[in-house]
Design a protein around this ligand. Structure first.
Ligand SMILES: [Cu+2]
Length: 240
């Protein structure tokens, strides 16, 4: 609790500052509405309290007031939608994914994240791809785009430090890109109650320096190759 703060932690992705800005704008608007509503409530509680000799009277409402208090929130919500629309499209519209982005496939299922990486050839959907469970490892120097699918129910891929969250709906292909701004290890969670093991659906996002990322890829590819080898002699030992 020593580092506790009212403010958000420093973000670790290129879109973080813009999302934080929207967050604080919405926090200020809802904060003002909250305080104004509560103050008004307390005022009326006091003003119309029970007093001897005062009789309650029937009033029918006020159309003008109702129009005003419906229109103002509607305009505020519309303004927030328009303000956030551009950033949403920038992150999630496939047309805006940078051409040099590294493509990683993310398959959500009860209760894990399976991530398929382009192997040493840098191309996804080729023979040297490899799949890792609950680990998203990416290089610092370039954008990453996630191609997200779910095999069972709705999950939500959530990286708080990157300010990214995306529902993954079965039958739909979702995309989201981002560029990390610093190396480090960040938690991944599922933000959609997706079944009994929902809370186990956690992972880590590791941002490596470019050289470290290459080393990690080589390690995974070699690991996959050596894991495949001992599988062949297994029937012979069983036959003894
Ligand atoms: Cu889930």
């Amino acid at each position: 609790m020593e580092n506790w703060s009212w403010m958000l932690d420093e973000s670790a992705s290129s879109v973080g500052p813009q999302i934080d800005r929207l967050y604080y704008i919405i926090l200020v608007i809802t904060g003002i509405v909250f305080v104004a509503t509560e103050v008004t409530l307390l005022y009326f509680l006091f003003k119309y309290r029970h007093r001897e000799g005062h009789k309650a009277e029937y009033i029918h409402g006020n159309t003008k007031a109702e129009i005003i208090w419906t229109a103002i929130p509607a305009l505020i919500v519309l303004a927030i939608a328009l303000m956030s629309r551009g950033l949403w499209a920038e992150i999630k519209d496939p047309a805006n994914v940078p051409a040099d982005a590294m493509r990683v496939m993310l398959e959500a299922k009860q209760f894990e994240w399976n991530l398929t990486y382009p192997g040493p050839d840098g191309e996804l959907r080729t023979g040297d791809d490899f799949t890792v469970r609950n680990r998203l490892d990416i290089p610092l120097d370039r954008p990453t785009v996630l191609e997200m699918t779910s095999v069972d129910v709705i999950h939500s891929f959530f990286v708080p430090d990157f300010r990214l969250k995306q529902d993954i709906v079965p039958g739909m292909a979702m995309q989201m890109w981002f560029q990390p701004t610093r190396a480090g290890v960040f938690p991944i969670g599922c933000a959609e109650l997706c079944g009994i093991g929902h809370t186990r659906m956690r992972g880590t996002l590791t941002v490596h320096s470019p050289a470290d990322y290459q080393a990690w890829v080589n390690e995974q590819v070699q690991g996959a190759a050596s894991a495949a080898e001992p599988a062949a002699p297994a029937p012979a030992t069983q036959a003894q």
